[in-house]
Ligand binder design. Structure first.
Ligand SMILES: NC(=O)c1ccc[n+]([C@@H]2O[C@H](COP(=O)([O-])OP(=O)(O)OC[C@H]3O[C@@H](n4cnc5c(N)ncnc54)[C@H](OP(=O)(O)O)[C@@H]3O)[C@@H](O)[C@H]2O)c1
Length: 313
């Protein structure tokens, strides 16, 4: 079974305890790791799963597939475009349960061409960080209320990436976040700063609300659309870097193990609140740099995010 720091031998079908009665919210559930996670969580008896995406057809297909094998599960697809905070807010307003046991902030984009969100922010940061910050803000009261109920085990998981290390030296380039940040190596730094923000913001939620077990998770390198749709040179970069690190490319059912272990497989007392995990179950805070562990930077990110959300809504 899992150790605190070692590689975990984890089989979701055996090792995730029954999830009967649990309400779960997964962002980016229409494809890739989010979809694979939903399939695994439903198999373990989750009572109701909300999931987000833009692709309504893929959302409905997943619901129909899951309903065939698990007719009693509740599944709600919330159509949201993370490039619009108004769209994210509208989707969150359709969350109607009075409990939420697990929020998995999974949706993400990588190496997209320079662009702005509808609210005028750099698109990768807007999608990977800002939209999730709004979802966390909207669902936090329900998470906190659930944490007060007897025997609860409320968790918040954010998908990050080893690519966090590509952040600019100041962590996030706040002064140009309302531009496309179309600089040399811009795609690396845009993705890097967004994935750094996922780690730092999640750790800050843990500090502010320790009753919620929070963690950020790197899944490994997985053959999802995120990777499959890269250009040849981008694939060479990703595969090359991972080959050098001795990392193998995974299928989706293996790639979702890291997030599933932290979200539901690990006992609460096996986790470190606010920590960063590599696959599978390897607590890796010692691999973070000064910025990723700086309280000053975390406070700056939190304040900037609050201001941006207040301005947009
Ligand atoms: N795959 C890897 O090797 C890898 C490695 C490190 C980290 N990660 C992280 O793992 C997470 C999941 O990635 P994945 O590989 O599963 O990616 P994926 O297969 O491309 O799926 C991405 C999900 O995000 C949603 N999404 C993307 N843009 C959106 C937008 N503007 N509005 C709403 N939803 C949006 C997509 O839904 P719609 O298309 O329906 O909008 C989809 O469900 C990401 O955070 C990624 O950074 C992945």
């Amino acid at each position: 079974m899992p150790s605190m720091t070692g590689f975990v031998d984890f089989n979701p079908e055996q090792d995730i305890p029954r999830l009967d009665g649990k309400v779960i919210f997964v962002t980016g559930g229409t494809a890739g790791l989010g979809k694979a996670s939903i399939q695994a969580l439903v198999k373990r008896g989750a009572s109701h799963v909300y999931f987000t995406g833009r692709n309504a057809e893929a959302g409905n297909t997943l619901i129909n597939e899951m309903k065939k094998t698990h007719p009693s599960v509740g599944l709600t697809f919330l159509e949201m475009d993370f490039l619009s905070l108004a769209s994210v807010k509208k989707g969150c307003d359709s969350f109607v349960h009075d409990r939420l046991d697990l929020l998995m902030c999974n949706a993400g984009i990588m190496f997209k061409p320079p662009a702005l969100s509808q609210d005028g922010y750099e698109a990768t940061f807007a999608t990977n960080h800002l939209a999730h910050a709004l979802i966390i803000k909207k669902l936090l009261p329900t998470l906190l209320k659930t944490a007060e109920t007897p025997n609860s085990d409320v968790r918040l998981i954010s998908l990050t990436s080893e690519g966090w290390a590509g952040h600019p030296k100041e962590g996030v380039n706040f002064s140009t976040l309302q531009t496309t940040q179309n600089a040399l190596f811009g795609k690396l730094t845009r993705y890097g700063q967004s994935k750094l923000a996922n780690i730092v913001y999640t750790a800050e939620v843990a500090r502010r609300h320790p009753q919620i077990m929070c963690a950020s998770v790197h899944p490994g390198v997985v053959k999802t659309d995120l990777v499959n749709n890269l250009s040849l040179s981008e694939k060479a970069l990703v595969y090359g870097a991972n080959w050098l690190m001795g990392v193998t490319l995974m299928e989706e059912d293996q790639g979702c193990l890291s997030q599933l272990w932290v979200a539901a497989g690990a006992r609460r007392d096996q986790l470190v609140n606010g920590a960063y995990y590599r696959p599978v179950g390897v607590q890796s805070n010692s691999g973070l740099d000064k910025i990723a562990t700086s309280q000053e930077f975390a406070t700056k990110l939190w304040t900037w995010t609050d201001d941006a959300l207040a301005k947009a809504l």
